[in-house]
Design a protein around this ligand. Structure first.
Ligand SMILES: *Cc1c(COP(=O)(O)O)cnc(C)c1O
Length: 483
């Protein structure tokens, strides 16, 4: 290295012997500062792997002499240490237009939930400790009261996610026995969660009734035998059968179940706790409606329309929820204290329904008027045009958002955003140019995720609370595009 006194000619190549030893590299002031911040172990490990890498290059005659200068080595070492310490889980901006996006972590927690979660994780808490009596407590009791109050249920319990809630409900109530389900409701949610497989995993025998498009009360009635433990309804959240169709409402099934002494469970999937149609959104069945119709157990997700953390919520009769809670599998599927804290604070928001469209991000975004999204798009239009000129043309346009996660893909919400098209002579290279732009957006410090449709990249502004999150990154975007 230059510190040895040898002169380095610009453009010449470094030899392996020009590289310093690990010790010598670590004695540089910049390396000492890194070690003071991160400890010797990590910095030494990165110094070693950096020198190994450079040695290979030097042996091949491909290492520029400038790369072995102390400043260059120190800079490279700092970059490597930083890269080693950058988390894989990163915040991103969801401009896909799908509000509850499973690949982007579904619901974003309300501030109240983040605050409660953080406060509860900073020290010990009474997760399973009865502060009144001083003895052992039950973690379910933290949210059971709230869930019962909001849904009208007699009892409630919570597990890791709704898939676990469905599995546990079937295993606890119908393991070793039969479950009757309509052929029209043999749902696949995605990620290999398919009703027939869940039944098998739960150790229950599935008895299919009816047809894909039509199932009648008599079909259920005929299928009930002494072996039947459960009638199961599944909300067909991600698809719709249209045309000549019939399904049996929960209220009728509840009567049949009662008459024949079997249980009735409904998996709602999303299960909003409020009437979505009062906000002008597509109607979703609520757990309270299902319970009022006579269902013994209702299961739904914590991080879909409810807008909270990942969780599986089980509400129902004292008897059935009691059985579910005591079933050994419950212990393996129980909710951790982190989401439990977030869930409690999220449910508290439902005690103040007027605040929901302001404080619950999922509902705020779902109810955001297209006009507001259009305003955000206007704020971004000129700066984005400048950043992408002359390679791309940008226009502000009306577009349609989706609710996402277990809602019908055909239900669209009027929205607005930016449409970006490559400026090319002819159409050749459009795909490549769009991919290059999408990649550049993903590589930003706060990655921006849009969607490509009809030869354009769309940035839906519905879920963008602060235009600055995009504006602050336009210089970096311009650099990447013109590089
Ligand atoms: C989403 C969904 C599930 C699974 O819920 P997770 O919380 O993702 O585990 C189960 N059933 C239905 C009908 C769903 O829509």
């Amino acid at each position: 290295m230059a510190a040895t006194g040898e002169s380095v000619v610009h453009g010449s190549k470094a030899r392996p012997q020009d590289l310093p030893s690990v010790d010598k590299l670590l004695r540089l002031d910049a390396a000492q500062a890194l070690a003071a911040a991160h400890g010797h172990t990590l910095v030494a490990e990165q110094a070693r792997s950096l020198l190994d890498h450079l040695r290979v290059l030097a042996l091949a005659g491909g290492l520029d002499a400038g790369s072995v200068l102390p400043e260059a080595l120190a800079h490279e070492l700092a970059t490597r240490v930083q890269a080693r310490l950058s988390p894989r889980l990163r915040r991103v901006l969801n401009l896909t237009g799908t509000v509850i996006h499973t690949n982007l972590g579904r619901s974003v927690l309300p501030q109240a939930a983040i605050a409660h979660l953080t406060a509860m994780m900073e020290g010990p808490n009474n997760l399973e400790y009865d502060l009144a009596g001083g003895g052992r407590g039950d973690r379910d009791s933290i949210v059971e009261g709230l869930l019962c109050e909001i849904t009208g249920a007699e009892a409630a319990t919570v597990v890791n996610n709704n898939a676990a809630a469905v599995l546990l409900t079937i295993a606890a109530l119908a393991g070793g026995r039969e479950v009757v389900i309509s052929r029209g409701e043999l749902v696949e949610i995605g990620g290999a969660f398919r009703m027939p497989d869940v039944m098998a995993s739960a150790g229950a025998a599935m008895v299919e009734v009816g047809t894909t498009n039509r199932t009648h009360l008599a079909d259920y009635a005929r299928a009930i035998t002494p072996q039947t433990a459960l009638l199961m309804k599944v909300h067909t959240s991600n698809y719709a059968v249209e045309g000549f169709t019939a399904s049996v409402p929960e209220s009728q099934l509840a009567e049949l179940a009662k008459e024949r002494g079997v249980a009735l469970a409904t998996d709602l999937g999303s299960g909003s706790l409020i009437d979505m149609s009062s906000y002008g959104l597509p109607k979703e069945p609520t757990p309270q409606e299902m319970l009022a119709a006579g269902c013994g157990v209702v299961t739904f997700s914590g991080d879909k329309l409810l807008g909270g953390p990942q969780a599986g919520l089980i509400v129902g009769s004292r008897e059935l929820v009691g059985k579910i809670r005591k079933f050994p599998m419950k212990r393996a599927l129980r909710l951790s204290k982190l989401p439990l804290a977030a869930l409690e604070a999220t449910l508290m928001l439902y005690l103040q329904p007027e605040l929901l469209t302001r404080d619950l991000p999922t509902l705020r975004w779902l109810t955001r008027p297209a006009g507001q999204a259009a305003q955000t798009a206007q704020q971004l239009l000129e700066p984005l045009r400048e950043a992408l000129a002359p390679r791309y043309a940008v226009t502000a346009e009306a577009m349609l958002s989706q609710i996402g996660s277990g809602s019908l893909p055909v239900d669209r919400l009027p929205s607005a955003g930016l449409a970006i098209a490559p400026l090319l002579p002819g159409k050749r290279g459009t795909g490549t140019a769009l991919e290059a732009l999408a990649t550049a957006l993903r590589e930003l410090p706060l990655p921006i995720i849009g969607r490509i449709a009809d030869d354009r990249l769309l940035l839906d502004c519905r879920c963008l609370d602060d235009a600055a999150d995009v504006l602050n990154q336009l210089a970096a975007l311009r650099e990447r595009i013109t590089a």
